[in-house]
Design a protein around this ligand. Structure first.
Ligand SMILES: [Zn+2]
Ligand SMILES: [Zn+2]
Length: 447
């Protein structure tokens, strides 16, 4: 994509010709030299105006909203211009409830993750409850077995009264005595006390990294055919139970679905101060007993971008969480790439420095990278240390279309592909092109 401007004369521009190619172009010049006239009042303005014309908004809206009709920029011609996205510097979010997580679009993804894949605590007995589909269990088992061998049991009876004579008789037709576990011990074959509660488990298989996917599938299927909704997975001392139904694996209490919105709602009892109902989390009680990697959503939000990224990269991935996790990781990576790895996810947006909030917006631009779109960034390096700038600028080379920085000084130009310098002065003594070309050429003219 090459954009060519001819005869630009908006404001103080002196009928200048400019070319923009793919890669990073830095436009520099002192305040009032004509940078904004060229980039915002000509290039960006024309891109918007043409887009509006193209989609017919101007005709449709012109009767009610005259502002939808833009007047053309003062320019002889612009060729090769497509849609443009501008990232301004004076759009700092002053909404007090806005945080890094909400501003970067992470929060809705985390809510979904917690609502759908969080581990819930039973409100009745406090047991951990992981509800998964059969496919998810299958993928989960096949994933974890690569690390350590596991013993898989099917839970048939959990703390229920009776001798369970008929069930045990049927089970003995299919399984050997040694595979039947009653009340956490191998069954001795003796009749159970009918006046007591019992647990009945069947050892389905011992699986390890050599177990094939088909064999794992057979195990999950076998448990299902036995009428069990709960699998118990043992690794040494660790016991984990996964269920295909929304009920407690220990006491059978049925659980309601938790909608993602509850992870964004303030506790109605204490209004964020903390109370018994919300386990002192201040968030809605429904969301206050849901964990991911052992963390409540409020705890996860105290993590820095870097810490959260590590957590999610190390997370055992269920096939169905893949998309969600990769979206989360994409956002965290972009924030880290622009040098914001140290910020916590719950950092309030209005407390970010000018440079930090500018970088949040740059990260958003990177996340929502659009193909072949002209990206215009107004002073993206403002308030940042030179070493930081050098670190994060190379990521703009990865963007598919042309990227234009409008900058006061030339530091950013040091990693750019092309530079345009406007001047020589401000106002009527500006508006001319002092330099246009590749970087090496710029340094040559300087010396
Ligand atoms: Zn329970
Ligand atoms: Zn509360």
């Amino acid at each position: 994509m090459e954009i060519e401007i001819k005869g630009a004369s908006e404001n103080n521009l002196k009928n200048i010709d400019v070319k923009f190619t793919d890669g990073l172009t830095v436009v520099t010049g002192i305040s009032g030299s004509g940078k904004s006239s060229l980039i915002f009042n000509t290039l960006y303005h024309e891109s918007n105006r043409r887009l509006i014309e193209l989609f017919g908004y101007s005709r449709k809206w012109s009767s009610q909203r005259s502002s939808y009709k833009l007047s053309p920029a003062k320019v002889a011609s612009i060729t090769g211009l497509g849609p443009a996205v501008a990232v301004g510097q004076n759009l700092i979010n002053r909404n007090p409830s806005s945080t890094l997580a909400t501003a970067s679009g992470l929060h809705p993804l985390l809510r979904l993750l917690y609502a759908r894949f969080g581990v819930r605590k039973c409100p009745n007995c406090g047991a951990d409850i992981i509800v998964l589909t059969q496919d998810e269990i299958l993928n989960y088992l096949f994933g974890i077995v690569k690390e350590k061998p596991r013993v898989v049991y099917s839970q048939l009876v959990n703390n229920s009264l009776g001798s369970h004579k008929t069930l045990l008789k049927l089970l003995l037709e299919q399984f050997s005595l040694g595979d039947l576990f009653i009340d956490d011990k191998k069954w001795d074959g003796l009749q159970l006390n009918p006046n007591k509660q019992h647990k009945i488990f069947i050892k389905l298989a011992q699986i390890d990294s050599s177990t094939s996917f088909d064999d794992v599938r057979d195990i999950v299927l076998k448990s299902h055919l036995l009428g069990s909704n709960i699998l118990q997975i043992n690794t040494g001392k660790r016991v984990e139970k996964v269920s295909t139904v929304k009920s407690c694996v220990e006491c059978g209490t049925w659980l309601k679905d938790i909608e993602p919105k509850y992870f964004h709602m303030v506790c109605p009892f204490c209004k964020r101060k903390g109370c018994k109902q919300c386990n002192n989390t201040g968030i809605h009680p429904f969301a206050s007993s849901v964990f991911f990697s052992g963390l409540l959503i409020t705890q996860l939000l105290t993590y820095s971008v870097k810490e959260a990224l590590k957590l999610f990269e190390d997370t055992k991935i269920l096939a169905s969480t893949n998309r969600l996790l990769s979206e989360i990781i994409k956002r965290l990576t972009a924030l880290k790439d622009v040098g914001l790895g140290y910020l916590t996810l719950n950092r309030s947006s209005p407390t970010l420095s000018r440079g930090e909030s500018q970088r949040v917006r740059i990260a958003l631009t990177l996340i929502n990278q659009l193909e072949d779109v002209l990206h215009i960034l107004d002073e993206p390096t403002i308030g940042q240390h030179v070493t930081n700038i050098i670190k994060f600028l190379p990521i703009f080379h990865k963007m598919p279309g042309p990227v234009i920085f409008v900058e006061h000084d030339r530091i950013a130009a040091s990693v750019a592909d092309n530079a345009i310098d406007l001047g020589p002065g401000a106002g009527s003594s500006g508006g001319s092109i002092i330099f246009q070309g590749s970087l090496s050429e710029l340094w040559e003219t300087d010396t």
